[in-house]
Design a protein around this ligand. Structure first.
Ligand code: ZN
Length: 208
């Protein structure tokens, strides 16, 4: 486990390396940020957003919480979403879950942990809605991984149903909402192919 002094030294080296390659790097960033992407991912320390997709500081707007949720009553998530859509005008929002998510597992293991049980409530709803499909899957790990995917699909729908996103589409803004799942085992992202990029697209999802 690195000590705090080591972290400060790492920071010094990182800053040096960045300016060696590109002397104006921080000056440019200080001036403005214009990321094209909003990442909504899990807080899990093994899922480092920028690193996974090879983006520099300034290129990815990031919101992370336990189990990558997009709850319509959460002021933190909503503030990030509004800023990303209305001010930064990001072109893509990726909801990124990950297989083996401890948050998703905790939602359905029946144990009581306190506040987080309330936070994870939306996952129990997804679990209940897909009970038949999940019960038919062999093995606890495979069941959990499928629930991680279903949770992402639901959060994509939550983002797409939000008034900030719907208003952006209504005024002709280019914006796509994607659902991805990251594998801790091999570092690869899988696109779940549930992208919604218009009001019509959202309506089609509702009509299914
Ligand atoms: Zn997680």
């Amino acid at each position: 486990m690195p000590r705090l002094d080591d972290l400060k030294l790492n920071n010094l080296n990182w800053s040096k390396k960045k300016t060696e390659v590109d002397p104006d790097f921080f000056k440019r960033l200080e001036g403005q940020q214009s990321p094209e992407y909003l990442w909504i991912g899990c807080s899990d320390s093994r899922v480092p957003a920028n690193e996974i997709v090879g983006l520099n500081p300034g290129e990815l707007f990031v919101h992370r919480n336990v189990a990558n949720l997009a709850p319509p009553q959460d002021a933190n998530y909503l503030s990030v979403l509004q800023f990303a859509v209305d001010v930064l005008k990001v072109k893509h929002i990726m909801v990124v879950g990950h297989y083996g998510c401890g948050g998703v597992a905790a939602a359905i293991d029946g144990q009581r942990r306190g506040l987080v049980d309330h936070w994870l409530h939306p996952i129990r709803e997804v679990h209940a809605e897909h009970r038949c499909e999940l019960d038919a899957i062999d093995g606890d790990r495979a069941k959990l991984d499928r629930l991680c995917e279903l949770n992402v699909v639901r959060q994509v729908r939550n983002v797409a149903s939000d008034v900030f996103v719907q208003d952006a589409w209504a005024r002709g803004q280019t914006l796509s909402v994607h659902g991805w799942v990251y594998s801790l085992a091999n570092g690869l992202v899988t696109d779940l192919d549930v992208t919604i990029n218009s009001l019509e697209g959202y309506q089609e999802v509702l009509d299914r």
